[in-house]
Ligand binder design. Structure first.
Ligand code: C2E
Ligand code: MG
Length: 491
C-alpha cells in the first residue's frame, strides 16, 4: 500500500504550493507474483493542510496578539531550564501585568481593549532582543524569557517595557493610557525548575502591584514567606467573624458650615490575635477575592444599623464593596438590616465606588431597588476613576465624596478650580458633596469656600469607638469648637 503526502509548486495557490496525498496499491501479476502497476489516486489536500497548520498555530500562539501562549511559554521555560543544567548563562523571567486595563476594557468596550492589547504586544516585541520569548498568558498578563544576561540587563528591559507601555496609545481619536507592573526572577538563583522560577516572578509582580504606580520588582526570598502569610491570613479571615475579631469604628462627618456632626462613616477593623490591628486596605481586597466580603459585609451593615438606631437623627454611612453591591440578594439584606434594627431607610447611606458600577446590569437593578427602599447612595472616591461624569448622568446619587487627593492639593489653584466645577455640577443636579481627608485648617477653609456641603477628616475627628461615637451623637455640636489638631483623637 502506498500513502504519501507531497508538495508541488503552483504559482496560483495561496502560498505558491499545493499539497497532494497519493494513495495507491501495487497490483501484481497473479501468475508470477511480480508487481506490474500501481492503481490509486492523488487527492488535493491543500485545504486540510492549511487547517491543520492553523490549528497547530492556535494551540501554540495567542490568536489576538500573535505572541506565544501560556502552554508554549511554559514549554520554552522548561526547555531553557533544561539547558541550564548543562552549563548555560543566567537568564531572566519577567511577569508583567497591565495597570488600568480593566477600566479601559470596561468603559471603552472590548474591541478597544483588544486593540490596546495588540498595541502593547507590538511594543513589547519592539523592546526585546532577538531570541527573547514574549508570551501572553491570558487577559492582560504577559511574560518574557530574556535569553541571556544578568540582573543589569533584566532591569534595563523592565525599565524599557514600563516606558514603552506607558506612552499614550491613540485609538479612534482618543488617547488611552495604560501602564505595567513587572516582577522579575533570575535563573538559576531564584528557582531550580521552570515552575519555581515563574512563581518567583509572579510573587515579585504581586509586590510591584502593591505600589500605586507602574513599577518593577525583583524577587526576594522573603516573598515566599509573605505568600505563605497571605494564605494563613485568608484562613484566619474565614474564621474572624465567628471569633468576633471584627469591629467597627465610626468617623464623624460634619456639616461644612455649622461643623455639627451629621453622620458617621462605619469603618471596619480586624483585631487579629497575632498580628494586632489589621487595616481594611490589607484585608478587604482579600475578602473580595475570596467572596468572604459577602458575610463580612452583611455583618458590617447589620452592626452599623443597630449602632445608628441608638443615635438620634444621625445618618450612618456604610462602605459597600462591588462584590456585595452587584450581588442579587443585596437589596434584601439591606431591607432586613433596616427591619431588624428599626433604623429608618433615609438614615442609611451606602458608599460605593465606581468599580461597583462597571458590571452594569446587576448594579443598575440593585441601585434602583435600593433607591425605592429609601436608602441614600453615595459615590465614594470621586475623581479617581475613568468616567464618573457618565455615571452621574445615569444614576441618581445623593452624594459624591471627593477623593482625598483633591483635598490634599486644594491649595493649588488648579485643583481648587476643579473642585469648584465638580461642586457646581453636583449642586446643579441636587447632590451633596463631602470633602474627605481634611487634615488642616487651610484645607477646611478652601473646601468650605469651594462649596463642599460636608467635611470629614482627622482635623475634626479620627474614627471613634462605638461608645465614643454615641457620646458625640448625643451632642452633635461638640466637635464644632475643636481647634486643629482635633480634640477627639482615638485611632
Ligand atoms: P474610605 O471609604 O475612603 O474611608 C476613609 C478612609 O480615610 C478611612 O481609612 C479613614 O480612617 C481615612 N481618613 C479619614 N480622615 C482622614 C484624614 O484626614 N487623613 C487621612 N490620611 N486619612 C483619613 P480606613 O478606615 O483605613 O479605610 C480605608 C478604606 O477601606 C476605606 O476608604 C474603604 O474603601 C475601605 N473600608 C473601610 N471599612 C470598610 C467596610 O466596612 N466595608 C468595605 N467594603 N470597605 C471598607
Ligand atoms: Mg468611604
Amino acid at each position: 500500500r502506498l500513502d504519501v503526502e507531497f508538495r508541488i509548486r503552483d504559482e496560483g495557490a495561496e502560498d505558491k504550493h499545493r499539497w497532494l496525498q497519493a494513495l495507491g496499491r501495487v497490483v501484481c501479476d497473479p501468475a508470477t507474483g511480480r508487481p506490474v502497476r500501481i492503481v490509486g489516486l492523488n487527492l488535493d489536500v491543500t485545504e486540510r493542510k492549511r487547517i491543520e497548520r492553523r490549528l497547530e498555530r492556535m494551540a501554540r500562539y495567542d490568536g489576538l496578539t500573535g505572541l506565544a501562549n501560556r502552554t508554549t511559554f511554559h514549554e520554552m521555560l522548561h526547555e531553557k531550564v533544561g539547558e541550564q543544567t548543562s552549563g548555560q548563562k543566567r537568564f531572566a523571567i519577567l511577569a508583567l501585568d497591565l495597570n488600568r486595563f480593566k477600566s479601559v476594557n470596561d468603559t471603552l468596550g472590548h474591541p478597544v481593549g483588544d486593540k490596546v492589547l495588540q498595541e502593547v504586544a507590538a511594543r513589547m516585541m519592539g523592546a526585546v532582543r532577538h531570541g527573547d520569548v514574549v508570551a501572553r498568558l491570558g487577559g492582560d498578563e504577559f511574560a518574557i524569557i530574556q535569553e541571556a544576561g544578568g540582573v543589569h540587563q533584566a532591569e534595563e528591559l523592565a525599565r524599557r517595557l514600563i516606558a514603552v507601555i506607558a506612552a499614550p496609545i491613540s485609538l479612534n481619536g482618543r488617547s488611552i493610557r495604560v501602564g505595567a507592573s513587572i516582577g522579575v526572577a533570575m535563573a538559576p538563583d531564584d528557582g531550580s525548575t521552570g515552575d519555581r522560577l515563574f512563581r518567583a516572578a509572579d510573587l515579585a509582580l504581586l509586590r510591584a502591584k502593591l505600589r500605586d504606580e507602574d513599577a518593577f520588582q525583583f524577587f526576594e526570598p522573603d516573598m515566599d514567606d509573605a505568600a505563605r502569610m497571605r494564605t494563613e491570613l485568608e484562613q484566619d479571615l474565614g474564621r474572624a467573624l465567628e471569633r468576633r475579631e471584627l469591629e467597627l469604628a465610626y468617623q464623624p462627618i460634619l456639616d461644612a458650615r455649622t461643623r455639627s456632626v451629621v453622620s458617621f462613616e462605619a469603618l471596619v477593623r480586624w483585631r487579629h490575635p497575632v498580628h494586632g490591628m489589621v487595616p481594611p486596605q490589607s484585608f478587604i481586597p482579600l475578602a473580595e477575592q475570596t467572596r468572604l466580603i459577602l458575610p463580612i459585609g452583611e455583618w458590617i451593615l447589620r452592626t452599623a444599623c443597630i449602632a445608628a438606631s441608638r443615635w438620634p437623627g444621625i445618618v450612618i454611612a456604610v462602605n459597600v464593596s462591588a462584590v456585595q453591591f452587584t450581588d442579587p440578594s443585596f437589596p434584601k439584606i439591606v431591607a432586613s438590616a433596616l427591619a431588624t434594627s428599626g433604623l429608618q431607610a433615609k438614615r442609611l447611606e451606602l458608599e460605593i465606588t465606581e468599580t461597583a458600577l462597571l458590571q452594569e446590569e446587576p448594579a443598575v437593578a440593585n441601585f434602583d431597588t435600593l433607591k425605592t427602599l429609601g436608602v441614600k447612595i453615595a459615590l465614594d472616591d470621586f475623581g479617581t476613576g475613568y468616567s464618573s461624569l457618565d455615571y452621574l448622568r445615569r444614576m441618581r446619587f445623593d452624594r459624591i465624596k471627593l477623593d482625598r487627593s483633591f483635598v490634599s492639593e486644594i491649595g493649588d489653584p488648579r485643583s481648587a478650580s476643579i473642585v469648584r466645577s465638580v461642586v457646581g455640577l453636583a449642586t446643579a443636579i441636587g447632590m451633596a458633596i463631602t470633602a474627605k481627608g481634611v487634615e488642616t485648617g487651610d484645607q477646611y477653609a478652601s473646601g468650605r469656600l469651594t462649596g463642599c456641603t460636608e467635611v470629614q477628616g482627622f482635623l475634626f475627628s479620627r474614627p471613634l469607638t462605638e461608645v465614643q461615637a454615641g457620646i458625640v451623637a448625643q451632642r452633635p455640636a461638640s466637635l464644632a469648637g475643636a481647634d486643629p489638631p482635633s480634640a477627639c483623637s482615638v485611632r
